[in-house]
Design a binder for this molecule. Sequence first.
Ligand SMILES: Nc1ncnc2c1ncn2[C@@H]1O[C@H](COP(=O)(O)OP(=O)(O)OP(=O)(O)O)[C@@H](O)[C@H]1O
Ligand SMILES: [Mg+2]
Length: 407
Amino acid sequence: MSSGAPNDPVPFGKYYLLGLIARGGMAEVYRARPVVRSEAKPRLLAIKVMRPQLAREARFVDMFHREAKLAMMLKNRCIVETVEVGQHEGRHYIAMEYIGGRDLTQVLRRSQENQQHQPPRLPDRIPVPHAVFIGARIAEGLHFAHNLGDADGRLLNIVNRDVSPSNVRLSYDGDVKLLDFGIAQALMKFTSEIGILKGKFSYMSPEQIRGMPLDARTDVFSAGIILHEMLTTEKLFRGDTEFALMEKVRKAEVPPPSTFNRRVTPELDAIVLKALARDVMDRYQTASQLAADLDNLIAGYRFDPKELRQFMRQLFRAEYARELEDTETALTSEPGLPITISQTMRMPAATGRGMTPTDLVPLVDPAEVSAPATGTGGEPPPPALPAPLDDKPRGFWGSLFGKKKPR
Ligand SMILES: Nc1ncnc2c1ncn2[C@@H]1O[C@H](COP(=O)(O)OP(=O)(O)OP(=O)(O)O)[C@@H](O)[C@H]1O
Ligand SMILES: [Mg+2]
């Protein structure tokens, strides 16, 4: 399976792959677009293709498809839109809207690198109002999923269980989107069975580490960890060994974020500590209560969500310019006709507001990509894996917010 490139679309069922975005533990994520495109509203998609290793497990495949169908019901501004679940030549995938931006792991890592840089480089942390806003949007997305009902209004009891910085995507337009919702349960279950759950413990709740029954409040705790880390630019739970780390999560002894960041007010400390209460009864009982408290604080900051857009474009200046260029190329390229990348790149600094990925990527009619996937159902030999384009954790600061991924 070839990954393609923005100027070299490679067919994959009813999609063209336009380059590898990243390779995670369980899947590869590609930039893509439908082969049959609606001229009026072209947009890019992200296709997450599961590793063949997972597809050997019939139970995983069942669960994956069931959960991905649930994910398609999650229509909320804070959750990435799942467009389709399918398979092509035995490779199981989900197609989602493409979010031009970076995940929160990358944002935290870049902030730390800027902190360490000599001479100092800005921005070197996520400003408090931005962090509070991101936390509120995460909680909003969680609340929506927790309260989703079926056609008869019965609660579906959706719990994410995998709320972590790598599953929060910040777009260059300032949107906050939860990723991997719906498929988290299948991924968590089977990755723990095949022993690659490692790296996930630092975002689990004490009850999750203990293997106890979980409800929405486990996601509240994980959102609390993310909030804490955004405010301190430090990992909250760390351990030299897996056992030591799990002990720390079990105890859930949390220093107030103001210990690390004097801009954090006592009010914000209290919110974070309540989200991170070890005992579920002392915690926020719903994600919406957490969202409401955070939104109340934001009102006092006079924060404009546009500031998050500026922050992202500033923190990833070169990557943003590349994103604009790649998006334009990816939307217009044709297979077999590699085109040269435009020399007339529009830089935001030079043109005021500049062109944004969503200027180029308006919403598309979902009917365009909702036809059933073709596929043989058989498992092809594992594809030759292309090298990831994404920046990978390097050195001390990288390893602090990076995750070890099995190769
Ligand atoms: N819809 C999307 N649009 C743009 N990028 C995406 C999209 N979905 C995922 N990504 C990016 O692809 C990368 C890999 O995601 P993936 O979920 O495979 O790995 P991960 O979250 O790092 O680890 P895990 O396997 O634990 O989920 C991440 O940087 C993620 O932000
Ligand atoms: Mg993920």
